[in-house]
Design a protein around this ligand. Structure first.
Ligand SMILES: [Ca+2]
Ligand SMILES: [Ca+2]
Length: 226
């Protein structure tokens, strides 16, 4: 390359860089999330559950979920609120107490209809995965599972929906394109794709065994938002 040509190419690259056309890529250190699972309460794939929006159950273990190496469960021990502050069974701190077992004594029960719980992460976080265990001592599907993230504790503005399997809008919060799923000891992992927010809110609307709503544990894998 001639000296003049080199100069032209170098100048063109420098201008493209300044214009934002070339973005430097720094490979982030990723690692599989280290998720501690509770003891399974049943084995095999239940065949007696039908629902028009149910995903096909493979019976296979969930593949590892890759996230930046520095994420932790930022929900651990954090304060929870709910649509009903006095659940029928259990109390709100159980949502983030680390106990994910399926047996009696580990789940909270809320009344029928659309109910929500909310976790205050304390400060805005960059969220990569949300794990939720509703109930797993029996195979069942929870209806209208909707998971949202916001910096607004009242979830009025700047609401980001990261999961919604209400295909027929019975919760009246908009139609979701996610599938219903059968609860197991693995819990449900929701890919939150680095969404930012201080509060996480999770809705449900009864289940295939009864009209009640249950929750065992929620984990939120993230890191402080920059
Ligand atoms: Ca718990
Ligand atoms: Ca629905």
């Amino acid at each position: 390359m001639s000296k003049r040509m080199w100069y032209v190419v170098t100048a063109a690259v420098a201008m493209a860089f300044a214009a934002g056309a070339i973005v430097p890529v720094f490979a982030e250190d990723m690692a599989p999330l280290d998720i501690k699972l509770p003891k399974p309460m049943f084995v095999g794939t239940p065949k007696n559950i039908t629902s028009p929006n149910l995903e096909k159950t493979t019976g296979e273990k969930r593949p590892p979920f890759m996230a930046p190496k520095d994420v932790t469960n930022v929900a651990a021990g954090k304060e929870c609120t709910a649509s009903d502050s006095e659940p029928i069974i259990g109390d709100l701190p159980m949502i983030t107490d680390g106990d994910k077992e399926g047996a009696d004594g580990s789940f909270i029960e809320f009344g029928p209809g659309v109910q929500w719980v909310q976790i205050d992460l304390g400060s805005p976080q960059e969220i990569f995965a949300i794990l939720v265990w509703h109930y797993h001592s029996q195979a069942r599907v929870y209806r209208d599972v909707i998971v949202q993230v916001s910096d607004d504790k009242d979830f009025v503005k700047d609401v980001k929906t990261v999961f919604n399997n209400d295909h027929d809008n019975t919760a009246k919060m908009g139609v979701g394109s996610d599938k219903e799923y059968i609860e197991t000891s693995e819990g449900r992992l929701i890919d939150a794709k680095g969404v930012k927010g201080r509060y996480v809110r999770l809705y449900s609307n009864g289940n295939t065994s009864n009209d009640m709503n249950h929750l065992i544990e929620v984990e939120v894998y993230g890191r402080p938002a920059k």
